[in-house]
Design a protein around this ligand. Structure first.
Ligand SMILES: Cc1cc2nc3c(=O)[nH]c(=O)nc-3n(C[C@H](O)[C@H](O)[C@H](O)COP(=O)(O)OP(=O)(O)OC[C@H]3O[C@@H](n4cnc5c(N)ncnc54)[C@H](O)[C@@H]3O)c2cc1C
Length: 440
């Protein structure tokens, strides 16, 4: 276990009683839960709405927060769209099993998002995005600590870093510019040879030639348990959970109105933290957010949880192998194909095959999952008020586990009308409005 680096204190002072509000948080993924708890710490009253809130008996599987690779990843300063991406779009279309693939049928809906994605991939844009992203990532851990402490979830933390591996010297050398880029943006990393990798992870098949260890990365052994622990604290602090489909979000003179099932809920403010579904709620208040989804998969190997100590990723395979409380989760790959297409079993078969080769003894896989990762074209989250409805605040993004707590902290500042610690201009939801509205 590595020593924890010192972190800033992000604790928030409660507002005077006259400035406290009743806030609806739509979505009980980790972004919604972290927002709810930070809002409570600021003194607000929260009502959290979700199709299936993380309370006793819930499977929680529809939240993207359930099925991710469980890694707090301060090394993720590099956006998905990089300068080589425009050349790779034809390959993404041609190979439905590639680590980053586009589903043909979805292409007409994806066009504006894809144009913005390619426009975000210039060298200049990637530098700008990385600088912005690292300003958030630097505070990610500091924002998680008070929440984890309060939720009594410290035992879920595993601070052992995250390992990237390369099978050939040529692959490693071609990743070097990315590594220098990460270092320039403040990421601490250590280059490893075969012996050092074997010492760290002796159970891996010896297919690796070089590796990189990101020391500051860490995992939660179960994001589901983390969500349940956070929900419990939100409830203990007086928060209410409402189960059901939220719709009809609208501004009233004094605040907001929302329908959940047949009921209507009134409040002073709403936070839309509905992950990949947030775009639909944004449209209800007249906003067009160019949000889409990266469909990602995981496969669980229940007997392999003790074979690795930390998440291991061969970038050429496009998935992480993360040791967790209930086994080894192989999670990742990106499929741009919308929210309604069925899962593609060929993708999970590919992940299974990959794990069998990379980690002998992983055993049988017992379950598979498809989740919908919220995704803006520039890989930056949305954090900010609706341009049309000032009593509606959005919060969601691609790195939602890592950035949930700092997003929640900033959401609490916005709702409380306090100056946020970070300039939020790059995160505004309307930043791609000139690329056209998303219709689906
Ligand atoms: C395979 C994979 C691996 C990943 N690995 C990592 C990683 O290692 N590190 C990392 O930082 N991120 C990772 N991510 C991304 C991360 O999981 C997401 O960014 C994050 O979970 C998003 O959280 P959220 O709270 O915004 O959305 P969600 O977790 O999806 O929560 C949104 C909630 O809102 C509910 N909802 C939506 N609409 C409505 C409605 N109208 N009414 C009621 N309820 C509604 C949904 O049911 C859901 O419960 C990964 C994602 C995938 C798919």
């Amino acid at each position: 276990m590595y020593e924890q680096s010192p972190v800033a204190n992000l604790e928030i002072a409660p507002l005077p009683a006259t400035e406290r509000r009743h806030v609806l948080v739509i979505g009980a993924g980790l972004v919604g839960l972290a927002s709810a708890l930070w809002l409570q710490k600021a003194g607000h009253r929260v009502t959290v709405i979700d199709r299936e809130p993380p309370l006793a008996g819930a499977s929680y599987e529809q939240a993207c927060s359930y099925g991710n690779a469980c890694t707090i990843a301060p090394h993720s300063v590099l956006p998905v769209a990089t300068p080589a991406i425009a050349w790779r779009v034809p390959a993404m279309l041609a190979n439905p099993l590639g680590p980053l693939a586009i589903v043909w049928r979805y292409l007409p809906h994806l066009a504006p998002w894809l144009r913005a994605f390619v426009a975000s991939s210039s060298k200049h844009e990637v530098e700008r995005i990385a600088a912005v992203l690292s300003s958030l990532l630097m505070q990610a851990d500091a924002a998680w600590r008070p929440l984890v402490h309060e939720a009594g979830a410290k035992a879920l933390e595993r601070r052992h870093g995250c390992l990237y591996l390369y099978k050939t010297e040529a692959q490693f050398q071609s990743a070097e510019p990315e590594m220098f880029f990460r270092e320039r943006h403040g990421v601490a990393l250590e280059r490893l040879d075969v012996a050092a990798i074997r010492d760290l992870e002796p159970n891996l098949a010896p297919l690796y030639c070089r590796g990189v260890l990101f020391r500051d990365a860490y995992t939660f052994s179960s994001p589901k348990l983390l969500a349940f622990a956070l929900a419990m604290v939100v409830g203990e602090r007086g928060g209410t959970f409402v189960g059901g489909e939220a719709s009809g979000l609208e501004m009233t003179g004094a605040g907001v109105r929302l329908r959940v099932g047949g009921d209507e809920i009134l409040a002073d403010h709403a936070v839309v933290a509905a992950g990949a579904w947030s775009g639909m709620l944004a449209r209800q208040v007249g906003d067009s957010v160019l949000l889409d989804t990266e469909r990602g998969y995981h496969v669980l190997f229940p007997r392999a949880g003790s074979l690795l100590t930390r998440p291991v990723c061969y970038p050429q395979h496009g998935f992480y192998m993360t040791p967790m409380a209930d086994g080894l989760r192989a999670a990742g790959t990106v499929e741009l194909g919308g929210l309604s297409a069925p899962p593609n079993p060929a993708r999970t078969a590919m992940i299974r095959k990959g794990v069998e080769a990379l980690l002998p003894g992983a055993g049988e896989a017992t379950s598979e999952w498809l989740g919908f990762r919220p995704s803006m074209p520039d890989s930056l989250p949305v954090i900010g008020n609706s341009p049309t409805s000032p009593k509606v605040t959005f919060g969601h993004g691609h790195l939602g586990l890592t950035l949930a707590a700092i997003t929640g902290r900033l959401v609490a500042d916005i709702v409380s009308k306090r100056k946020p610690s970070i300039d939020l201009t790059p995160f505004r939801c309307q930043r791609f409005s000139h690329f056209g509205a998303k219709q689906k």
